[in-house]
Design a protein around this ligand. Structure first.
Ligand code: CA
Length: 236
């Protein structure tokens, strides 16, 4: 029996929450977006993106598959850029997005930016998505030391984001999603802060998804939660 649960927390440092998530079990659709931009722009970018994808997937006659999910993210990119053009206060806003469509046996994933999808299956934790960040796509190829990478001023700069450019490259994956498997969608306020050991411990805690979600959020809070924290869990 498939179930899902999502939770977000502003964290312990920021005054506003620019993360946004939604679960639509009727469509098998779950999304996490992590916005950036001045004032309220980051919140707006993540919300526009999630709402665009949901309304596209809900549209009458829409075929809900990975191609339509990717197209919906392209439309979200257009909508975020349109909103930034209309109101200069929102100029430069953008967001990550990680979205999944699940059915009985498969998960169809689309991602832009550094929010992640993890799969817990057969006692292993796999990070399915790639971080579209300077450190991952450029920094690691420069021969810098771990310490230089860890403290580099560009380490958190995204190489791809919804709203950043007119065209957008969406990363996609199809993975087996078997009975007992758990998918975790999360913002970097969780995965960059809590660490993967804490993710595994939380996911392996017995009990409903709500408890596991609370443990994930707590793991980031215990480490000082410098950023907004969002986790969405889907269990097959
Ligand atoms: Ca973040």
């Amino acid at each position: 029996m498939r179930s899902s649960y999502g939770m977000t927390h502003v964290g312990l440092v920021r005054s506003n929450n620019e993360d946004f998530y939604i679960s639509k079990p009727d469509l098998g659709l779950h999304i996490v977006a992590d916005g950036m931009g001045g004032a309220k722009a980051g919140e707006l970018a993540s919300r526009i993106t999630v709402e665009t994808v949901v309304s596209e997937m809900e549209r009458d006659g829409q075929t809900v598959n990975l191609a339509s999910l990717t197209e919906a993210i392209r439309l979200a990119n257009k909508n975020v850029r349109g909103e930034a053009d209309r109101n200069h206060q929102n100029a430069g806003m953008g967001t990550t997005v990680v979205a999944v469509l699940v059915n009985e046996t498969k998960a169809y994933l689309a991602s832009v930016g550094d929010s992640r999808a993890y799969l817990r299956t057969a006692g292993e934790l796999y990070c399915v998505t790639t971080d579209h960040t300077w450190i991952n796509e450029i920094g690691k190829g420069l021969g810098l030391t771990e310490e230089q990478l860890r403290t580099h001023p560009y380490r958190n700069v995204l190489t791809k984001a919804v709203g950043a450019e007119d065209t957008i490259e969406v990363e996609t994956h199809i993975v087996d999603f078997l009975p007992g498997d758990i998918l975790l969608l999360c913002s970097d306020g969780l995965h960059n802060v809590a660490g993967e050991d804490a993710l595994v411990q939380s996911l392996d805690q017995p009990g409903p998804l709500k408890i596991k979600c609370e443990l994930l959020i707590e793991a980031a809070l215990e480490k000082g939660a410098p950023d907004n924290i969002t986790a969405v869990l889907i269990e097959n």
